[in-house]
Unconditional design. Structure first.
Length: 186
């Protein structure tokens, strides 16, 4: 995927999951790390293919980022300091962004999962193709729908709870049931 699509999809996924602007910003920054670490591809043809052969190797190896994520989360408990907690959480979301980048690359190519020697992936589209923008749109639309449903569900639950709490009266309930049955002709 192109960097902009990595950043967009990662940002929307993290927002849908956390509803936290700082987490979104950190994950967007992390969404380009696996490619940034490798550097830009060379312009010379033979050097490009050598770079391409090594592309998505160690820099796209999920266990590395999972290990660093575990260290960052462990540091929160080790230091037990509010500032350290904030810093470690920001670092954690940067690493989440890198992990999402790898997952996103896994739908448009192959990435190492269990070993840096063997890569796996779906290859649903080519980088830069209309398919990439279509999948980005689908992921964003799914995240927006999820967030909307979550907000709507919370609103409905809150309204029905307060309505139930306000209107629950056993005598009124009995009267309503009696009126319902009185209106029916048997």
């Amino acid at each position: 995927m192109k960097w902009i699509n990595h950043q967009i999809t990662t940002g929307f996924i993290v927002y849908a999951a956390t509803n936290d602007a700082l987490a979104v910003a950190a994950s967007i920054a992390g969404a380009v790390i696996p490619d940034k670490v490798e550097g830009a591809p060379p312009k010379e043809s033979s050097a490009y293919w050598q770079w391409r052969r090594n592309h998505r190797a160690l820099s796209h190896y999920p266990p590395l980022y999972i290990f660093l994520l575990a260290l960052a989360q462990g540091a929160i408990f080790y230091f037990q300091n509010p500032v350290a907690e904030i810093v470690c959480n920001i670092l954690s979301y940067i690493l989440v962004g890198a992990l999402l980048h790898i997952a996103e690359d896994g739908i448009c190519g192959k990435v190492p999962i269990f070993s840096t020697k063997k890569k796996h992936g779906l290859k649903l589209f080519k980088v830069g193709s209309a398919g990439e923008y279509f999948w980005t749109f689908l992921i964003v639309a799914g995240c927006v729908a999820f967030s909307f449903m979550e907000i709507l569900n919370a609103e409905i639950n809150l309204n029905s709870l307060t309505e139930s709490a306000r209107s629950f009266n056993i005598i009124e309930l009995g009267e309503k049931i009696k009126n319902i049955f009185a209106g029916l002709n048997f």
